[in-house]
Design a protein. Structure first.
Length: 149
């Protein structure tokens, strides 16, 4: 039970860091090398937390859990970017916000590329987990062999 709680906590932590890496990819106005160094460090922490969570679950259904974390973090990032875009369209909010706030998140091409890569990787992992034998064994739907008693 403690192991399960630990793995879920590590998945949540990994999802948070994947989300932060996705958001940092949208930042503009920072020298390219510095920005990508920050993104890389955050994504390394995310991968370490994800691997630790998978290891605490003995890597059972690892494709499904890793896919859920990646798709969840990408989906949350897309939701946040959409929300921010809707807020910026509001005339009243633009009067209150400083102009450099909107300009700070201006690298849409890099941000969209990073989010798309994470979402596609997550979807591919989820698709690969659908037909994996380890998933069938864990759910009790494994095909029985001729020699099974």
């Amino acid at each position: 039970m403690v192991r399960k709680i630990l793995s879920v906590a590590l998945y949540i932590l990994a999802g948070f860091f994947f989300y932060m890496g996705n958001i940092l990819a949208f930042v503009s106005g920072v020298p390219g090398g510095t920005k990508w160094a920050f993104v890389a460090v955050v994504l390394v922490v995310a991968v370490l937390a994800l691997v630790a969570g998978l290891a605490s679950g003995h890597f059972r259904d690892w494709k499904r859990y890793a896919g859920v974390v990646l798709v969840g973090a990408s989906g949350f990032t897309i939701l946040l970017v959409f929300t921010f875009a809707c807020l910026v369209l509001s005339e009243d909010l633009r009067k209150v916000m400083r102009p450099d706030t909107v300009a700070f998140f201006g690298d849409y091409l890099a941000g969209a590329a990073v989010v798309t890569c994470a979402a596609v990787a997550g979807m591919l992992l989820l698709r690969a987990s659908r037909g994996s034998p380890e998933r069938a064994r864990s759910s009790g739907n494994a095909p029985s062999g001729a020699g099974d008693p």
